[in-house]
Design a protein around this ligand. Sequence first.
Ligand SMILES: C[S@@+](CC[C@H](N)C(=O)[O-])C[C@H]1O[C@@H](n2cnc3c(N)ncnc32)[C@H](O)[C@@H]1O
Length: 187
Amino acid sequence: MLYKNSLGISHEIIKKIVKEGDIVVDATAGNGNDTLFLACLVGNAGVVYSFDIQEVAILNTKKRLEEAKVYDRVKLIHDGHENVDKYINKNVKAVMFNLGYLPKGDHGKATKGKTTIKSIEKCLELLQVDGVITIVIYYGGDSGFEEKDEIFSYIKNIDSKKYAVLVHEFVNQMNCPPIAVCIEKIC
Ligand SMILES: C[S@@+](CC[C@H](N)C(=O)[O-])C[C@H]1O[C@@H](n2cnc3c(N)ncnc32)[C@H](O)[C@@H]1O
């Protein structure tokens, strides 16, 4: 199957864009899968900034990176991604948002539309030309529809002269399948 799910689509996009030596961001560290994926792509010369509000997520991610021997190229930040501009003041090649809650974790500590949008706004400024932001949005069930609806209202109004916004959606699947959004900075 060419595109199995939204997370797979976001990884395919990131793989095409991110090269060794790049500076990139994982906006939601969680259990460290995406941070590890990014750390492998940027290599020794690159940097991954990885954010999470939960200490358990930061610890899980650190362990994952140490086991894979790539912790040296990652800056783990125990803070909300809405504060991204406090930690990064240079252009970045890519930003990954994998929204929702930590699997098997506290569903009350899920991402929220307001802070996610604040972070996306700041990341659009940090992004270098030809860089991308990927967003995997979970909705329905525990996640509800609020964050998805807020993000859609926001991304539909992003300046089309500067950014291309693409939505990948499995329209023939049941039970609210996750949606992959890709925002590319075109000039
Ligand atoms: C679906 S998980 C991320 C999965 C992760 N990318 C991975 O590969 O394992 C979502 C994470 O977002 C975190 N989160 C919620 N609000 C946040 C915020 N404002 N800033 C950063 N992380 C946040 C949660 O704590 C949770 O760990």
